[in-house]
Ligand binder design. Structure first.
Ligand code: FAD
Length: 374
């Protein structure tokens, strides 16, 4: 009998496994994939996550990037530079995620990779998870199985999630000595294109982050056009599409002896599509809640729902408003917002958790509304 079974060894599940094991609990971490596994992702990570762990992430940071370059429809470029302490981490997800898993194993977590959860049974005081390696029992369950996961459904959640879509390719190429993060607004409707550098290549992709619009859009052509701008022939590189579950308002994230974490809890920022930091945050908070529940707290899981809705959801309320404004009128947003020299620093401060999204969104909405009126 494990204290907790965690399904999914992405950032959310691995983080929960790390913190629960460190607190002395018996944890089983399951992943359908053999680790390390590939996850379609730009791999841009906020340095804020370092605060939530007591180990050093340096071995899996491919590059730290201070330069950001924007274009609108491949033209009208603008460049900004971040202070060193706000440099964004660029990671390869197979390395980054597995690194956290390995830290959890060092704390005593048991890993069953290549093991798929095929069903769950509620046995009152514990959950039985039926896996491709047979059944296994845990007093608590964390569903951290990502946007393609099914555990939330099995647990009886019938939420209305907002679906976004992204496509990316990761050509391995020689990159310039001074790495630069690139974004383009305008070439893709209701989203953006990115080129995130790594030490040995790029992650080039595009995402459509307003629900309902993603099905109508062809992502492949804009991603290919964008890749050409960096002398990459997209037809020679494999492309990976993936859904994204964006935050769409307050949600219940707990049920009987179980919680949802990471993208299974629809944590992704609807403006930036940032999912790694909130997945890690929710994994950490889920671990805290389950540790308290294991010590007999009856309210810990409810408190987890409140914490996520308050500490992350409140922020996302503003991110959603900002997304609506920016993606509806990208040309104006580019001119009146993104091109402002202070904008990149402000976004980096949000990304680093130093200023509240609400504060900044208020300012930006006022400015953009004034721009629209004039
Ligand atoms: C193209 C793209 C680009 C992105 N770029 C960025 C970015 O640059 N920065 C950023 O912050 N976010 C980015 N995101 C979002 C980010 O990738 C996700 O939000 C993040 O991976 C979610 O982490 P997670 O731990 O919840 O789930 P995941 O990382 O998806 O992990 C879930 C795990 O669960 C396992 N699993 C699923 N079902 C089962 C089962 N039945 N049994 C056992 N295991 C199972 C899977 O194998 C998987 O390993 C991007 C997303 C996409 C699609």
């Amino acid at each position: 009998m494990y204290d907790c079974i965690i399904v999914g060894a992405g950032p959310a599940g691995a983080t929960a496994a790390y913190h629960l094991s460190k607190a002395g609990h018996q944890v089983l971490l399951l992943d359908a994939a053999k680790l390390p596994r590939y996850k379609p992702c730009g791999g841009g990570v906020s340095p804020q996550v370092a605060q939530w762990f007591d180990f050093d992430f340096s071995p899996v940071i491919s590059v730290k990037v201070r330069k950001v370059r924007y274009t609108f429809n491949l033209a009208d470029p603008i460049e900004a530079e971040l202070p060193a302490e706000k440099a964004l981490w660029m990671v390869r997800r197979d390395e980054f995620d597995y690194f956290i898993v390995q830290q959890a194993q060092k704390q005593g977590a048991t890993l069953w990779d290549g093991t798929k959860a095929q069903g769950i049974e509620n046995h009152g005081d514990h959950w039985q998870v039926n896996t491709t390696q047979g059944p296994v029992d845990g007093r608590f369950l964390i569903a951290a199985d990502g946007a393609r996961g099914v555990i939330a459904k099995w647990l009886g959640f019938t939420r209305q999630y907002k679906l976004a879509a992204a496509l990316e390719a990761e050509p391995r190429l020689e990159v310039p000595e001074e790495p630069v993060i690139h974004f383009d607004l305008g070439l893709l409707q209701q989203g953006y294109l990115w080129n995130f550098p790594k030490a040995d290549g790029y992650s080039i992709g595009g995402g459509v982050f307003r629900s309902g619009t993603q099905r109508k859009q062809d992502l492949r052509t804009p991603v290919a056009d964008y890749a050409t701008a960096f002398d990459v022939d997209a037809s020679t590189v494999q492309h990976f599409g993936h859904p994204i579950f964006i935050w769409d308002g307050p949600q219940v994230l707990h049920t009987h002896r179980a919680v949802l974490a990471g993208e299974a809890a629809c944590v992704v920022d609807p403006f930036t599509a940032e999912g790694i930091r909130p997945s890690i945050f929710s994994g950490m908070k889920a671990a805290e809640a389950i540790a308290q529940a294991l010590q007999g707290s009856d309210t810990a899981l409810t408190a987890y729902t409140h914490t996520m809705n308050k500490e992350w959801g409140e922020e996302m309320r503003w991110a959603r408003r900002l997304a609506r404004l920016v993606y509806q009128a990208p040309a104006l947003a580019y001119k009146a917002g993104i091109k402002r020299p202070s904008s990149t620093l402000t976004m980096a401060q949000i990304f680093c958790g130093e200023v509240s999204y609400g504060e900044v969104a208020h300012r930006a909405i006022r400015r953009l509304s004034a721009g629209m009126l004039s």
